[in-house]
Design a protein around this ligand. Structure first.
Ligand code: UDX
Ligand code: ADP
Length: 463
C-alpha cells in the first residue's frame, strides 16, 4: 500500500512540525493539517512566514518550502479525513482536571472526539495513527469507537509516538535517533505498519525504524520520558546536597557523565523541568501502575515529580531568604518564561510556579522572554487560580527590553537558558539595579566569577 494523502488532526507543537517535515521530505504525498482553532490555522497560513504560530529553529524554512506545494493547513476537518488514506491524531491530551483520575490520568476527550469524527466521515478504509502521547491501551479504545460507530469501513490503528523535543524539533525530525511504530500482529496490521515505514523511509534509514506491538510502542514513549525526567530530578536532588556540602553540581555532572554507562546528556541541574510531556507522562504512568495495584511502581515514579516540585519551590524560597526574608513590594526580574530555550511554549514552565510563590510573598515581577508575550504570561498565572487576574496584572509586568526590565530591580532570576542572556552587558544591568544587586541563575548559564567581579551577589543551582 502506497500512501499519497495524509491528514493530521491537530496543528500544535507536535502535529505542525511533524507534518511540515513529512511534507518537506515526501513531495509526492499531500499532507493536510487540520485544527478546530481558526486563529491557529490562519497563523499557519500567514503570508508572512515569521507569523506561524510555533517558534522552532529551522521550521520557517521548511514550511516556506512545502506550504502550498504539498503541505496545507485547514479548518475543514471532515474534508481532510475523507480524502486521506492515513490520519494522524495529534490533538492535546492534558491531565484530567476533574472526576476520576483528576490530576493524574490523561484527559482523552479530544482523542475520543477525533475518533468519533473519523468514524462518521470515513467512507473508505483508513489507517489511523496515534501521535499524541497517550496512556497505554488507548489504541484499543480508539479501535472500539471506530469499529462500533463507523460506516462498515476497515480501520487499522498504529501507535507512532513522537520523540521530538521542543527547541530542536526540526533537527530531531530530520535526524531521529529512532522511529517507533506499533501495530497489530496480523496481516492487515503488517500492511498498515509497512505503509507508515515507507513514509519515514523517504529520509530515515530503515534500520532506525523499529516496529513493535501497539502496547510496547505506547509504553515506550511514557518510559522514555520518565527516564529522561528522572535524570533531571536525580541531578537536581544532588544539587541540593552539593549546596550543603560545598561540592559543585556541574563538576559532579561532568564527572559522572564521562562514565559511558551513565552518559552526559540530561544532567543539567536546573530550577526544575517543565514542558507538556514529562509531568503528564509520569502522572500517566503512576495512574496506570496504581490501576493495576502496582503501588511500589507508582510511588517510585511519583517521586520524580515530587523532587521537581521541591526544586521549583526551593528556588523561590531561596530568593526570599536571600533578600532578607522579604520580597514584599520588591521588583524581581525573570529572564525567561518558556520551559526551555528556543521555544515559545510555556506549558508547565518552572517560571510559572516560581512566580506564583513569589507573588504569594507580594513581590512585583518583571518578565522578559524573547519569544513569550505578555498575554501568555498572564494567562499562565491566571490559569493557576491562586489570585484574581486583576492582582496578577497589577503585580506582573512583561517587558520588551531586558535592560528596561532590570531597572531598579532588587534581583534578577534566570528561569530559561536562552543564549542571549549570556551576552548581555551585565555591568549596565548592575548599574541600574538596587544594591546589593542579586542574580539567581536557575540554569547555571552565567559566568558567576565575572558577575561577582562586577559586584553582584551571585547564586546558582547546586554550587
Ligand atoms: C521531551 C522529550 O525529550 C521528548 O523526547 C518528548 O517527545 C517530549 O518531551 P521536551 O519536553 O520538548 O521533550 O524538552 P526536553 O529537552 O526533554 O526538556 C524538558 C525539560 O527538562 C525542560 O524544562 C528542560 O529545561 C529540562 N531539562 C532538560 C533540565 O532541567 N536539565 C537537563 O539536563 C535537561
Ligand atoms: P501538542 O503539544 O500535543 O501538539 P497542542 O495543544 O500544541 O498540543 O496542539 C493540539 C491541537 O489540537 C490544538 O491546536 C487543538 O486546537 C487541536 N485539537 C484538539 N481537538 C481537536 C479536534 N477534535 N479536531 C481538530 N483539532 C483539535
Amino acid at each position: 500500500m502506497v500512501i499519497r494523502n495524509i491528514c493530521c488532526i491537530g496543528a500544535g507543537y507536535v502535529g505542525g512540525p511533524t507534518m511540515a517535515v513529512i511534507a518537506y521530505k515526501c513531495s509526492d504525498i499531500k499532507v493536510t493539517v487540520v485544527d478546530v482553532d481558526e486563529t491557529r490555522i490562519k497563523a499557519w497560513n500567514d503570508e508572512d512566514i515569521s507569523n506561524i504560530p510555533i517558534y522552532e529553529p529551522g521550521l520557517e524554512d521548511i514550511v516556506a518550502e512545502a506550504r502550498g506545494r504539498n503541505l496545507f493547513f485547514s479548518t475543514d476537518v471532515e474534508k481532510a479525513i475523507d480524502e486521506a488514506e492515513m490520519i494522524f491524531i495529534s490533538v492535546n491530551t492534558p491531565t484530567k482536571t476533574y472526576g476520576l483520575g483528576k490530576g493524574k490520568a490523561a484527559d482523552l476527550k479530544y482523542i475520543e472526539l477525533c475518533a468519533r469524527q473519523i468514524a462518521s466521515v470515513a467512507k473508505t478504509d483508513k489507517i489511523v495513527v496515534e501521535k499524541s502521547t497517550l496512556p497505554v491501551r488507548t489504541a484499543e479504545a480508539i479501535k472500539s469507537i471506530l469499529d462500533n460507530t463507523g460506516n462498515g469501513v476497515k480501520f487499522q490503528i498504529l501507535s507512532n509516538p513522537e520523540f521530538l523535543a521542543e527547541g530542536t524539533a526540526v533537527q530531531d525530525l530530520l535526524n531521529p535517533d529512532r522511529v517507533l511504530i506499533g501495530g497489530e500482529a496480523d496481516e492487515d496490521g503488517y500492511v498498515a505498519i509497512s505503509a507508515l515505514v515507507d513514509v519515514y523511509a523517504n529520509w530515515v534509514n530503515r534500520e532506525k525504524i523499529l516496529t513493535t506491538n501497539v502496547w510496547s510502542s505506547e509504553l515506550s514513549k511514557l518510559t522514555a520520558n520518565a527516564f529522561l525526567a528522572q535524570r533531571v530530578s536525580s541531578i537536581n536532588a544532588m544539587s541540593e546536597l552539593c549546596e550543603q556540602t560545598g561540592a559543585d553540581v556541574n563538576e559532579v555532572a561532568k564527572a559522572i557523565g564521562m562514565d559511558s554507562r551513565i552518559g552526559s546528556k540530561f544532567l543539567k541541574a536546573s530550577v526544575g523541568f517543565g514542558g507538556s510531556c514529562f509531568q503528564k507522562d509520569i502522572l500517566n504512568l503512576v495512574y496506570i501502575a496504581k490501576s493495576y495495584g502496582l503501588n511500589e511502581v507508582a510511588d517510585y515514579w511519583e517521586q520524580v515529580i515530587k523532587m521537581n516540585d521541591h526544586q521549583k519551590r526551593r528556588f523561590a524560597s531561596n530568593i526570599v531568604k536571600t533578600l532578607y526574608n522579604t520580597v514584599s513590594g520588591k521588583k524581581i526580574v525573570f529572564l525567561g518564561w518558556a520551559f526551555k530555550k528556543d521555544t515559545n511554549d510555556t506549558r508547565e514552565s518552572a517560571a510559572i510556579y516560581v512566580a506564583d510563590d513569589l507573588l504569594n510573598e507580594e513581590a512585583n515581577i518583571a518578565v522578559y522572554d524573547p519569544k513569550v508575550s505578555e498575554q501568555k504570561v498572564l494567562a499562565d498565572l491566571n490559569y493557576l487560580g491562586t489570585r484574581s487576574s486583576e492582582v496578577n496584572e497589577e503585580r506582573v509586568i512583561v517587558s520588551e527590553d531586558p535592560y528596561e526590565a532590570c531597572k531598579d530591580a532588587y534581583a534578577v532570576a534566570v528561569l530559561t537558558e536562552w543564549d542571549e542572556f549570556k551576552t548581555y552587558d551585565w555591568r549596565r544591568i548592575y548599574d541600574n539595579m538596587k544594591k546589593p544587586a542579586f542574580v539567581f541563575d536557575g540554569r547555571n548559564i552565567l559566568d558567576g566569577e565575572e558577575l561577582r567581579r562586577i559586584g553582584f551577589v551571585f547564586k546558582s543551582v547546586g554550587v
